[in-house]
Design a protein around this ligand. Structure first.
Ligand SMILES: Cc1cc2nc3c(=O)[nH]c(=O)nc-3n(C[C@H](O)[C@H](O)[C@H](O)COP(=O)(O)O)c2cc1C
Length: 321
């Protein structure tokens, strides 16, 4: 996929995931072949108020390009200002969040609330596109609820206002993260616009990625939850799309080695205390399904030091029954 000067190589992008897909995780996904990464959503209002946390969230690693900084908000000028500020972190793309269903975002008339107001969504897209000289994309859902699915019209609106590509998560705001993704709506969006379209939702396997490509015709697929604790999914997808086969899941030893590398990176990013708190949820994902790991879950969820994590990782690899 080529957008302006940005070349996206590979078959699957990493979805933005607030509180999960921070720089440390994104770099690991990139190492495993993620075609493109998107940072955690950043409040445009926070940026305008010089909020330190918002600035932290914008940081990108030099090894993760091509990558996007994602912003959310509902005021065109403030969004444009945040996008201009984001340029100092050298993103390849600015992505606008118009899909988040979280109550605190909706309450502020941002995220998927904007699907109810396509005119404002168009103004925001135009203001951001006019403000920066890099591609701008918009990520949204199929609509607010089943009775108001408007993704096709919405896609045309943001395209007409300067979006260089679009990402569609195939669910309405009301559906949150279930039931199964609406493949037909993603296909309808792809057929309605001339800019590239990324299809997102419920891809957990290489076969799932291929299925999304074949059934919708999208230009790229994007993976969120499927990559949690399984960043190697990107290389499996790339292999499957290129050759028709892929390596099996890594051994417990390899999985624990990747988890420890992730822990090391997260501690460097956040400091040991916060880093170890953050790695707990990832540790549960990395060990999910491993033989005998269930009984160690309570220990992983309170781990405080890197050494403790390492000792638990060794226990996982020693389980033989
Ligand atoms: C923990 C979590 C955090 C998320 N944060 C964001 C976010 O910051 N911005 C965004 O556009 N979508 C966010 N999403 C939605 C994902 O990007 C993605 O659209 C959704 O999870 C569906 O893809 P999946 O089925 O592959 O997980 C988040 C999802 C999860 C599970």
């Amino acid at each position: 996929m080529i957008i302006g000067n940005v070349k996206i190589e590979g078959f699957a992008a990493l979805a933005p995931m607030a509180g999960v897909a921070d720089l440390s995780f994104r770099v690991i996904c990139k190492e495993f072949g993620a075609a493109y990464t998107v940072g955690e959503m950043v409040s445009a209002k926070g940026v305008s108020m010089n909020d330190k946390k918002s600035q932290e969230l914008m940081k990108l690693d030099e090894n993760e390009h091509p990558s996007a900084i994602q912003i959310f908000g509902n005021k065109p000028e403030i969004m444009a200002e945040a996008a201009r500020y984001a340029l100092s972190f050298s993103p390849d793309i600015i992505d606008i969040n118009m899909g988040c269903p979280a109550p605190k975002i909706i309450k502020n008339k941002s995220g998927s609330f904007l699907m109810k107001d396509p005119v404002l969504a168009g103004k925001i897209t135009k203001a951001v596109s006019d403000a920066v000289d890099i591609p701008v994309s918009v990520k949204f859902r199929t609509g607010w609820d089943d009775s108001s699915k408007n993704c096709v019209e919405f896609a045309k609106t943001v395209e007409a206002n300067g979006a260089s590509f679009i990402t569609v998560h195939g669910r309405t705001k009301e559906q949150m993260y279930a039931p199964p993704v609406d493949i037909a709506s993603i296909k309808a969006v792809k057929e309605a616009v001339s800019v590239p379209v990324i299809g997102n939702g419920d891809i957990f396997t290489p076969e799932g990625a291929k299925n999304m490509y074949e059934r919708t015709g999208v230009d790229l697929v994007m993976i969120g939850r499927g990559a949690l604790g399984r960043p190697w999914l990107f290389s499996q997808i790339n292999d499957y799309m290129n050759t028709g086969s892929y390596n099996p899941e890594p051994s417990p030893e390899e999985r624990m080695e990747i988890m420890l590398r992730h822990a090391d990176a997260i501690c460097q990013l956040r400091g040991v205390h916060n880093g170890m708190c953050e790695i707990r949820k990832h540790a549960l994902w990395y060990t999910k399904g491993l033989r005998g790991s269930a009984k160690l879950r309570s220990e992983f969820s309170v781990v405080k030091t890197y050494e403790e994590l390492k000792a638990l990782a060794e226990k996982v690899t020693e389980i033989k029954e």
